[in-house]
Design a protein around this ligand. Structure first.
Ligand code: SAH
Ligand code: SF4
Ligand code: F3S
Length: 433
């Protein structure tokens, strides 16, 4: 039986695609291996979001080529967003790569791999491909990541995703709900719905809010989350659903990108700071214990000190539980790529460091207010750094560790929070009432 080794870069959607690849290749006779030295097929499932992401992959391919030198029959390939982005350029730069396969071409992969080992490239984007019929091979655990829509139609001026993932398309709700019922039967306790603009989900009859309500009604699934919603697609219907179905977790990742209207407009994000803040207020009114996280870019072309200060002010105003912060990276093919960069790298780095420090401070302050609070934890397994302790997540998706006392992965337990840092809560089991 041929074996396949896959390394994954990028976002949760790529991790979910790797599970899909394992599932699909598995049904075509490929066995999964965790050892590249033993693999017949070595695949990197790649990301193109920032230049750094692509450089890492180029470096890693240079490492992995030694397995091919030793055993020339090994097929070494690049899948995912960077494959789609760089195509021929990638082959010219790395001639030892055997195949390049874009995010919509995975269905044909087994056939092409079996084709006598000839090199191939398949980067056709397919408006209809959802892989709805392919069962992913998951790693187990208590949480399952479920892709419910693919692609993006928003075309923010900085972003490569619409070019490498193609147009927006949703899986049929019936297929998603069947998958979730099966996940519950397999012992999963939590599902996280995935899509680049996950709340743009619509299958013709079922919209995103309705999909969430139907998911929350499935026995055995205790928690439902989703990532990433786009602020412009966050309807009142979704907010209501979250406020009224206890299984829909009080946690939203709401990427803002910038706190300056001038920059938001140049990014073509489709909302103003005021509209964003209004949405935050509606969410917080409806869901009082809500945790909010975000994504922020610094150093976008034209970002002045005053725009950056506006971003800092927005962060102070919202008080995010968590934030993913990035230096702007120009991506060929996007609209902003043609605009001259106005912020030198050292200045981008300074701005980034400043907001990282602010975020750490704010997260630590928010978490300190949780000391003494009792929360519910979905147990995942042993804590990494403390022997005899368990780790799990709170409804707000905060990591919590506590001393083990016979609890099993998948258990929901009440824990009283005793200490906190910016990233972790430490607690003890609440005695049963
Ligand atoms: N679909 C999500 C974002 C997915 S990409 C949304 O619209 O919110 C994840 C994050 O990467 C983005 O939110 C953005 O902050 C960052 N990002 C995307 N393109 C980037 C670029 N060219 N340079 C730096 N960061 C970028
Ligand atoms: Fe990129 Fe914007 Fe689409 Fe998000 S919504 S994936 S940032 S184009
Ligand atoms: Fe990267 Fe593609 Fe995800 S570009 S962030 S892996 S959709």
């Amino acid at each position: 039986m041929p074996s396949v080794y896959i390394e994954t870069y990028g976002c949760q959607m790529n991790l979910a695609d790797t599970e899909l690849l394992f599932g699909h290749l598995g049904r075509h006779g490929y066995q999964r291996t965790a050892d590249p030295a033993a693999a017949d097929v070595i695949l990197l499932n790649t990301c193109a979001i920032r230049e750094h992401a692509e450089e890492r992959v180029v470096g890693r391919l240079g490492d992995l080529v030694r397995f091919k030198t030793r055993r020339p029959a090994v097929q070494l390939g690049v899948a995912g967003c960077m494959a789609q982005h760089l195509r021929e350029q990638l082959l010219a730069r790395l001639p030892f790569v055997d195949f390049i396969v874009g995010p919509d071409a995975y269905r044909r992969l087994p056939e092409m791999l079996g084709n006598g080992g000839d090199p191939f490239t398949d980067i056709r984007l397919d408006r209809d491909e959802t892989y709805a019929d392919i069962v992913p091979q998951r790693d187990g655990g208590v949480r399952a990541w479920v892709t419910i829509m693919r692609g993006c139609d928003k075309f923010c001026t900085f972003c490569i995703v619409p070019y490498v993932r193609g147009r927006e398309r949703s899986l049929p709700a019936a297929a998603i709900l069947d998958q979730v019922r099966q996940l519950a039967a397999d012992g999963y306790r939590e599902v996280v719905y995935l899509g680049q603009t996950v709340n743009a989900y619509r299958d013709g009859t079922v919209g995103f809010a309705e999909l969430l309500r139907r998911t929350a009604a499935i026995d055995g699934i205790e928690r439902v989350r989703f990532t990433s919603p786009h602020p412009s697609d966050m309807t009142d219907d979704v907010v209501d659903a979250m406020a009224n179905a206890p299984k829909l977790c009080p946690q939203v990742h709401l990427p803002v990108q910038s706190g300056s209207d001038r920059i938001l407009e140049r990014m073509e994000r489709g909302y103003t700071v005021e509209q964003y803040l209004d949405l935050v207020q509606r969410l917080r009114r409806a869901i009082p214990d809500l945790a909010l996280s975000t994504d922020i870019i610094v150093g976008f072309p034209g970002e002045e000190e005053s725009d950056f200060e506006a971003t800092v002010a927005l962060m102070r105003r919202v008080g995010y539980d968590n934030a993913f912060m990035f230096k702007y990276s120009a991506r060929s093919g996007t609209k902003a790529f043609k605009w001259p960069e106005t912020v030198p790298d050292a200045e981008k780095a300074r701005r980034l460091q400043a907001i990282i420090a602010l975020q750490e401070e704010q997260a630590a302050a928010i978490n300190r207010t949780l000391v003494g609070v009792t929360t519910e934890v979905l147990v995942e397994g042993p804590a990494r750094r403390r022997a005899g302790w368990l780790v799990g997540k709170t409804p707000q998706f905060k990591t919590l560790v506590f001393p083990a006392n016979g609890e099993q992965p998948g258990d929901l337990v009440r824990v009283r929070i005793a200490e906190t840092t910016a990233h972790t809560l430490v607690g003890h089991r609440e005695p049963e009432a």
